[in-house]
Ligand binder design. Structure first.
Ligand code: GLA
Length: 339
């Protein structure tokens, strides 16, 4: 039994998921594969092929542990908590998403593990929103990154040639045709890696929660720019980013519907400026990568994912030559069992 879960690129809508906002990601073709088989023992034997590492533990005893092993312990524990009768299994994990690069290698790993472990039981398939929530609990409670649901939902709901408009308040996922009229989306590696848990990510999330609380709101989804203006720095800037970013997601959906690539590019640039200036998650290496895409003629370019390094995304017009190392990305199908 082989489970595959893709990484994702977020077209626009960054740091909005944990603020009950909007985003427009798509699943990519690269991802993590878990080749699983049941074994006749109450144990998990996991092999991380790319890291040349192995790890075993008793099924009854998932525990706190670091690195890639945390994902396996977490997936087992959270499925058990959801009453899935996880079986003793051998899991061979391999992947093509660069780790810590803003393309969501962690969610791909969580989702592939969860799909594989569920498929090895006789339990009925879980609903995909529930699977995403289990993946996110693994990340929050076992890996220590207080990330939202963006990556897991993108990985699980991906569709070929479509981006996904996700409303994180209702958890409605609406496919949006990604027809770019000969333009290309490319990612470029800034060369800088991050660990969400260790970067400023958790701090940003806590700032947003504080901002919402000061405004007497459940989340920043309901905040207005007038309200944000009354907050002290840096909460004011954080809230401004979230409010304007939600509006940019709606703008991008309508630009795609109108096939207006110039407008879409402008929104990508505006998103990046807001992430750099208001949310303060850019770095010199990221700015350099953005500069390369802009010099290549990108209509818009922005950081993708949590920030503090990782990949940037650019929208290149027909005929523009992509900078060295840039990789074209297009929406691919979501997580699935391959056999
Ligand atoms: C990371 C997190 C997501 C999301 C993005 C920022 O990728 O895993 O939940 O918050 O950052 O949009």
């Amino acid at each position: 039994m082989i489970a595959f879960a893709p990484g994702r690129v977020n077209l626009i809508g960054e740091h909005t998921d944990y603020n009950q906002g909007l985003a427009l990601p798509f699943a990519i073709d690269d991802g993590v594969t878990v080749d699983g088989r049941a074994i006749d023992a109450n144990r998990i034997d996991a092999v991380a092929v790319d890291l040349d590492a192995e790890h075993s533990f008793e099924l009854e005893r998932p525990r706190r542990i670091r690195g890639w092993r945390a994902f396996v312990h977490g997936a087992v524990a959270e499925l058990q908590r959801a009453n899935v009768p996880v079986r003793g299994s051998h899991l061979r994990i391999s992947g093509k998403v660069p780790r810590g690069a803003g393309l969501s290698s962690s969610a791909a790993l969580e989702v592939a593990l969860i799909l594989a472990l569920v498929a090895l039981t006789d339990a009925p398939e879980l609903d995909r929103i529930q699977l995403a929530k289990i993946g996110s609990k693994v990340e929050n409670d076992w890996v220590g990154a207080n990330t939202g649901l963006l990556d897991q939902l993108a990985s699980l709901f991906g569709e070929r040639d479509r981006a996904l408009r996700i409303d994180f308040r209702s958890l409605d996922v609406t496919p949006v045709e990604l027809e770019l009229d000969g333009h290309r989306l490319v990612t470029l590696d800034s060369g800088e890696r991050h660990a969400n848990a260790a970067s400023g990510y958790n701090r940003r999330r806590a700032e947003c929660a504080r901002a919402a609380k000061r405004l007497g709101l459940q989340s920043l989804r309901d905040a207005t720019l007038e309200q944000a203006a009354r907050l002290p720095s840096p909460l004011k800037q954080r809230a401004e980013h979230v409010i304007t970013e939600n509006a940019r997601v709606e703008g991008a959906v309508s630009a795609l519907q109108d096939r207006d690539m110039g407008r879409l590019g402008g929104l990508l640039d505006a998103s990046h400026a807001s992430l750099r200036d208001c949310y303060e998650v850019s770095t010199p290496a990221v700015e350099e990568a953005i500069g390369k895409l802009k010099s290549a003629g990108a209509l818009g370019a922005r950081i993708v994912g949590g920030g503090f390094g990782g990949h940037v995304l650019g929208l290149l017009p027909p005929g523009a030559e992509a900078p060295d190392g840039a990789i074209q990305v297009r929406p691919g199908p979501g997580a699935r069992l391959l056999e």
